[in-house]
Ligand binder design. Structure first.
Ligand SMILES: Nc1ncnc2c1ncn2[C@@H]1O[C@H](COP(=O)(O)OP(=O)(O)OP(=O)(O)O)[C@@H](O)[C@H]1O
Length: 638
């Protein structure tokens, strides 16, 4: 080790942030069965550190200080019982070490901690999704020391970070001859199998072969006198050491793709699917894009990092290059390596570049093809995908006009023809089941699946055996404003406008409807007068079977559900007066029809209020509603 002198005066002991303590504890106890992942994580960090240096050195070549052969080294020491992973990458300053190795400053942290259950297996999976990282060292180490010098900092300003993972860590200013970071693990009792050149090499090849930098270990030779392998002083490279995405597809195994994904996505789980292509022509680039198995914790966080890693001619440029994919594909992870962009490309340039536009369009198309293929050939995977990312894909309908039709085919919905809240019905499925004479795709939207599935508006559709899509995701109403039709069929809300089911009604029904409309005219007029400004209109409907009344709005007006959403979001929403529709065949309506004048206002308000409740609205004056209902239940007259 090149540490020569410890300046005690500059040493301080700090406590880990509470979340780190919790994470460390969980990690040690839940991930033990997969303990060798610490090596993958440390190598992954070392590789990122070298990438960062190479990028900073584009503008500031002095940072290399004559040593631009970036590499990662793994050593072990049987006497000391240590394993060390070192790199000559960017290194860390004192502040960086304290911040990076003492806190978790990542979006999604709150969500992660709120989802922990205490069940080891479930939590282990959550930790994996959250990101394991440096702290996984403590699964096998009783003490970890990190010696690091930031590129460009003087020799005397290196730091030594040490911790036993119990709650505190110390940082001391020390000397270090070369830049970069060296992480040493003092193994716990019983972890001696990592003190073995063969075991380490095997683990590195399995987990880290895709790393584009050389990972070196000291060569070992058989010593016949000692009858064991002994280390020489010569370094040898133990991985393939070229960027995985530049290799030919046929030379890459599924395992290698999966391990590469874990490195770029900081995920612990395998990806669900990937697409790897070299694009030539006007714009030249390679894309290796992955669809994760789980939504990240920060998918709904506006400030969350997103996007893929951008490389230019194999040089790492930036993480989270969100310009390279449209927002509704923000869950996609991977790498795009451009042959055309300048090395000094900035985020601002990315926004305006024509090459970037070509990459974004090309990448979106590739991901859509990947999803289409999954939907068609791997139904189970697609179900999983939709559960995790369906709501985000729906944003694409409004966001990506050029691909709207392709995205519409990928959509899945809950439906009256399927079980429960699972979204499994495609628009094409729906169209294939449409009844003769049916020319619209019907849907109902509400605040929750239960409210949609029990909507009174569904009654006539159930009776006629017509399928209705049930929408209850927040994004649905917004999406529907862009999705007016599919396959030439209009999408129609069953809670809006007059229902035009005439084509589907038989002669007898039509006759019945005409008769009742005439018969109920006086009641309709009475209700109108009684309810006054509360309603826009009152009319007789054929859409109800079991309910006495329902409320609807006009075709071009905001649905009540959308109105509530806007109001909840603090936005101005126009007050839309509902149209009250009554079921002429319902006993309660007959009761109202025969009600004496003295009671009539009470009855009409009761009808309106309960129709509002069934629709999901909250009443402005619920107490009066209850009083009124009780009174009428007890049969008391005014
Ligand atoms: N070898 C290294 N050289 C320089 N910085 C490092 C090194 N190892 C870790 N770091 C810094 O510490 C931070 C925290 O590392 P850690 O592995 O915990 O998380 P991460 O890599 O950001 O994400 P994940 O937890 O998903 O792996 C890194 O983001 C990096 O800034």
């Amino acid at each position: 080790m090149s540490q020569t002198e410890t300046n005690v005066a500059s040493s301080e002991t700090l406590g880990f942030q509470a979340e780190v303590k919790q994470l460390l504890h969980l990690m040690i106890h839940s991930l033990y069965s997969n303990k060798e992942i610490f090596l993958r994580e440390l190598v992954s960090n070392a590789s990122d550190a070298c990438d960062k240096l190479r990028f900073e050195a584009i503008d500031n070549p002095e940072l290399f200080q004559g040593d631009s052969d970036l590499r990662i080294r793994v050593e072990y020491d049987k006497e000391q019982r240590t394993v060390t992973v070192s790199d000559n990458g960017i290194g860390m300053s004192r502040e960086e070490a304290v911040a990076n190795l003492g806190t978790i400053a990542r979006s999604g942290t709150k969500e992660f901690f709120s989802q922990l259950t205490g069940d080891k297996q479930k939590d282990a999976q959550l930790i994996g999704q959250f990101g394991v990282g440096f702290y996984s060292s403590f699964i096998v180490a009783q003490k970890v020391s990190v010696l690091s010098r930031r590129a460009g900092a003087p020799e005397t300003e290196a730091i030594l970070w040490e911790s036993d993972g119990q709650g505190e860590f110390s940082v001391t200013t020390v000397e270090k001859a070369d830049r970069g970071t060296s992480v040493t693990l003092y193994l716990r009792d019983g972890e001696d199998d990592f003190l073995d050149g063969w075991r380490l090499r095997e683990t590195l090849r399995r987990y880290s072969d895709h790393i584009s930098l050389p990972i070196q270990m000291l060569k070992e030779e058989w010593d016949s006198e000692k009858s064991q392998q002994v280390k020489t002083t010569e370094w040898e490279t133990v991985n393939q050491a070229n960027a995985l995405w530049t290799r030919a597809k046929g030379d890459i195994t599924d395992e290698q793709y999966k391990e590469f994904y874990k490195h770029v996505a900081h995920d612990y789980d395998d990806p669900l699917a990937w697409t790897h292509n070299r694009v030539e022509g006007r714009s030249e680039y390679t894309q290796l894009l992955f669809v994760p198995r789980h939504a990240p914790f920060d998918m709904w966080d506006r400030d969350a990092k997103r996007g893929v890693k951008l490389y230019v001619k194999r040089v790492f440029i930036m993480d989270d290059a969100e310009q390279l994919l449209p927002g509704y594909l923000r869950f996609v992870r991977g790498v795009i390596d451009s042959a055309d962009l300048p090395l000094n490309v900035s985020r601002e340039i990315l926004q305006e570049s024509r090459d970037v536009k070509a990459i974004r369009e090309g990448s979106a198309k590739r991901v859509l093809s990947l999803l289409e293929d999954m939907a068609e050939n791997k139904a189970e995977d697609y179900t999983l995908f939709w559960e995790q990312f369906g709501q985000v894909i729906k944003e694409g309908v409004g966001e990506d006009a050029a691909n709207k039709d392709r995205i519409a085919k990928l959509l899945r919905f809950a439906s009256t023809s399927a079980d429960g809240a699972v979204q499994s019905v495609s628009l094409a499925d729906y169209v294939s089941r449409m009844k003769e004479g049916q020319d619209k795709i019907y849907y109902v939207s509400a605040d929750s699946h239960a409210a949609a599935a029990n909507s009174p508006h569904l009654e006539i559709f159930r009776k006629k055996g017509l399928e209705v899509l049930l929408m209850s995701d927040r994004v649905d109403e917004w999406m529907l404003s862009f999705l007016r039709e599919f396959d030439g069929k209009q999408l129609a809300s069953i809670a809006k406008g007059g229902l035009d089911l005439d084509k589907l009604a038989d002669e007898e029904e039509k006759k019945h409807q005409a008769e009742v409309a005439e018969n109920f005219k006086p009641l309709v007029e009475r209700l109108k007068t009684s309810l006054g400004e509360r309603v826009k209109e009152v009319r007789v409907t054929g859409r109800l079977v079991d309910s006495p009344a329902c409320v609807v709005v006009d075709e071009n007006e905001l649905s009540p559900h959308l109105q509530r959403m806007l109001q909840a979001a603090g936005q101005q929403a126009p007050d839309v007066k509902p149209i009250l529709e009554i079921n002429p065949d319902h006993a309660l309506v007959s009761r109202v029809k025969d009600a004496p004048d003295a009671d009539f206002d009470e009855w009409s308000l009761l009808l309106l209020d309960q129709a509002m409740l069934a629709e999901g609205a909250s009443l402005k004056d619920p107490a009066s509603f209850v009083k009124r209902m009780n009174k009428l239940l007890l049969g008391q007259s005014a």
